[in-house]
Design a protein around this ligand. Structure first.
Ligand code: MN
Length: 245
């Protein structure tokens, strides 16, 4: 398959002044494009040619892994940002408080980890299979996809992410990053929405899953197969609506 550039959910100039149009033109338009182009070239004539991006990341190493993981990591990073950052939803505040003691402690630890990562890499907020949150520091193209961890939030601390706007001042870039985060997306990744069946009283809670129908705890509603049916009344997924929080 041909891997494509992810679409930016905002205009190139929309994140200024925290992240300038010129940074987006280089970071998204040149650096990311190079990873995508290299990936497409490198997989030609290999078993990776037919694989989805995440499968390549899990199975490949060397140049194919690096370009696949950088493609995935950047798509996630740019998708985490917004020009209209809103306050955190209460469910996210609760989750961060439960795992880190407070939102402020989480931000301090994440900032400290991002500031002290040596060289190029990524700092992630991730969730494991037991729903435990942690901060993960990864060098170069490192990604939680390889480790079976669920990514919630990421900052790119490669110099190419901040050198145009902040030169060597990584701390200033991290400071600006906090004001560009799409907290609604982060909240729904961290604590996926519950869904209710419109035909009966059944409520799907991602934390519990629906083991009686083969859906493991921790499965987001969006990740349930389309042929799944309501355990109570037997209607299909499209009969469900999200419960807003
Ligand atoms: Mn980057």
């Amino acid at each position: 398959m041909i891997h494509k550039m992810p679409e930016l959910p905002y205009a190139m100039e929309a994140l200024a002044p925290g992240m300038s149009q010129e940074t987006l033109e280089y970071h998204y338009g040149k650096h990311l494009k190079t990873y995508v182009d290299n990936l497409n070239k490198l997989i030609q004539g290999t078993p990776y040619e037919t694989m989805e991006l995440e499968e390549i990341i899990r199975k490949a190493d060397g140049g194919i892994f690096n370009n696949a993981a950088q493609t995935w990591n950047h798509a996630f990073f740019f998708n985490n940002l917004t020009p209209e950052s809103k306050p955190m939803k209460q469910k996210l505040v609760n989750a961060l408080t439960q795992h880190f003691g407070s939102v402020e402690t989480f931000k301090e630890q994440f900032t400290q980890t991002a500031a002290s990562l040596f060289g190029a890499g990524w700092v992630w907020l991730v969730k494991d299979k037991q729903n435990k949150l942690s901060i993960l520091s990864e060098s170069n193209a490192g990604t939680p996809v390889k480790k079976g961890l669920k990514p919630i939030l990421v900052i790119d601390v490669w110099e190419h992410a901040y050198y145009i706007d902040y030169r060597n001042r990584r701390a200033d870039y991290i400071h600006a990053f906090w004001n560009l985060i799409d907290w609604d997306k982060v909240a729904d990744l961290c604590v996926p929405k519950k869904y209710s069946c419109t035909a009966c009283d059944y409520i799907y809670d991602p934390e519990k899953g629906a083991p009686e129908t083969g859906i493991a705890p921790g499965t987001a509603f969006e990740d349930i197969p389309d042929d799944w049916t309501c355990p109570l009344c037997g209607l299909y997924k499209n009969a469900f609506v999200a419960i807003e929080d």
